[in-house]
Design a binder for this molecule. Sequence first.
Ligand code: AMP
Ligand code: MG
Length: 358
Amino acid sequence: MRRHRPAPRGTLSTAPGGRLSRRSALCGLAGLAAVPLVGCDSRPQKTSARFAQFGTLVDISIWDLPQREAERAISILQRDYAVLNRDWYAWGDGELGQLNRSLRRAVEAPVSAPLGELLQHGLRLSAASRGLFDMRIGPLVELWGFASAASMAESTPAPGDDAIRAALDRARLHVDVLHDGTGWRVRAEAAGVLLDLGGIAKGDILARGMARLESEGVSRALIDAGGDVAVMDHLGTGPFRVGIRPAREGEAVRLLELQHGETVTTSGDYARYREIGGRRYAHIIDPRTGRPSEEARSATVVHQVGARADAAATALIVGGAPEFDAVCDAMRVETALLVDNQGQMRATPEMRVRLETI
Ligand code: AMP
Ligand code: MG
């Protein structure tokens, strides 16, 4: 979980449905740096709220409920999110932190259904990602100082080759997620495993948030968690558009239409990084080398399954241009965009059709 990502710059605004005119089309902002987009209409019944969670700002908009009911749904969601923020953080006292304490000693441990399901899904996505997305990356995330705000602020030198090799050995230990009549269990081949959900949790959290709003009677909503956005539109009032802006100065803002049920997530080298010896190291680690990934600046993926979008964006930024087509195929992602380390853009045909530059 990205608990320590700095809050996005600027505010987000959303547009109502209907045929979106250019003026009213700008919705949430997904992408490398959140900038305010102006020009959004708002209908009387729209209820919006913002709260801090997962190390970022979460913006929620609901269009079809009376304000009091919408506010109630949002406060329920906010409580859910506080629990997930605690439970899915690898280095905390919640469920994943406790599991990691067991796995470090190679002790098999039971987990709840939500965590077991996400871990199992994550292992499958990892296998499909050609090893580029890998939740076992925890020892390397820790070694490079990305585990907490405190470690990120420390001015420690870059780790040496021996330390990287040792952490890589731990990150390659086999992990099983098992399910039987008694519930979910996780076990590791040997001591030293440290699972990190940072590359997948946000997508799943968005999906869970939408399911919660649905169960509270909401039909049209948008959740924006620091630029990763999910939308729901059972009313069929029309698509949402989100703005995606590459991180670097001078690169164009792009608009992307999101349909009911879709999630867009972006991984960026700008999002969290450390400067060591005048060099900038991104928070995304290449599991092939054990070093911060340098292949690409950002990757954006749209998918109906939030966790898949999130894991795929992480895999794509690690693999960069050379792996772009293979990862999209293997992870069954049709709508993806990559800005490589030279600033060159690559997009799938489906993404090209959807993207609009402003
Ligand atoms: P994202 O922004 O979704 O790409 O997630 C980045 C976060 O996922 C990092 O802050 C780490 O906690 C974790 N992470 C880093 N490298 C990887 C990787 N190769 N595979 C899976 N998770 C990773
Ligand atoms: Mg991700």
